[in-house]
Design a protein around this ligand. Structure first.
Ligand SMILES: CC(C)(COP(=O)(O)OP(=O)(O)OC[C@H]1O[C@@H](n2cnc3c(N)ncnc32)[C@H](O)[C@@H]1OP(=O)(O)O)[C@@H](O)C(=O)NCCC(=O)NCCS
Length: 195
């Protein structure tokens, strides 16, 4: 589209009443539905659907073949791997459809979290800040900040820093990120950033 400070491929569809931030790119065969808000410098790959009223933060990357259904919120710097799956109805029945915002169960993906290729997020859960969800995982519970989860059902098998380093904690439960200098502390099964 010309005269816009974002890019929408000619084979993508953006409905009326959508907000798109500066520098965002929306590629082939993607569809953004009305009421959606997408922040700045995001990339929506091929065949991405953004449902009605969905909010997506800044610097979010959504790889090919992902549907961000109504009820899902993505904060800044979230990464959605190719063909990963969100859901918004827990017990769907075609014969007894639950259609409308009041039925949709919410999912929140916090800042910087990465969702691996082909994983599934069962609705009603929060993925913590900078959490790492492995490829193919099925998330059925909230995921704590910085947690690495894999498998079906997804279980915590480790911890990842903001910059994507696997965290090995010393005897005091401390990890200092070589890349960012941030200090993390593992306390009672939760990782916190030390300020
Ligand atoms: C989850 C992930 C980040 C873990 O990487 P890692 O920290 O280097 O972990 P390792 O390879 O050391 O594996 C640790 C254990 O977890 C298992 N594991 C790793 N990834 C797994 C996954 N996605 N599902 C199930 N088990 C997994 C390994 O088999 C290994 O098991 P073992 O200890 O019994 O041998 C990585 O495997 C992954 O899935 N990344 C997502 C890739 C992706 O989707 N990218 C999208 C952009 S292209």
């Amino acid at each position: 589209m010309k005269n816009k400070n974002y890019y929408v491929n000619e084979h993508a569809v953006v409905d009326d009443g959508v907000e798109i931030g500066e520098g965002t790119k929306i590629w082939h065969f993607s569809h953004v539905q009305s009421g959606a808000k997408i922040g700045k410098k995001c990339v929506l790959g091929q065949n991405v659907n953004v449902g009605n009223n969905v909010t997506i933060g800044n610097f979010v990357k959504i790889q090919n073949n992902v549907s961000v259904y109504e009820g899902v919120t993505l904060e800044d710097y979230v990464f959605c791997g190719p063909s990963m799956v969100f859901t918004n109805i827990l017990n769907p029945r075609s014969k007894y459809p639950q259609v409308g915002s009041e039925y949709y169960i919410k999912t929140l993906v916090k800042e910087g979290a990465s969702l691996g290729a082909n994983c599934t997020i069962v609705c009603g859960h929060t993925i913590g800040r900078f959490a790492m969800v492995g490829a193919g995982a099925v998330v059925t519970k909230d995921v704590p900040d910085y947690a690495l989860v894999v498998g079906n059902p997804a279980k915590i098998i480790g911890w990842y820093s903001e910059a994507g380093e696997k965290m090995e904690f010393d005897d005091n439960g401390v990890f200092v990120s070589p890349r960012t200098g941030i200090t993390y502390r593992l306390v009672k099964g939760i990782v916190i950033e030390e300020k």
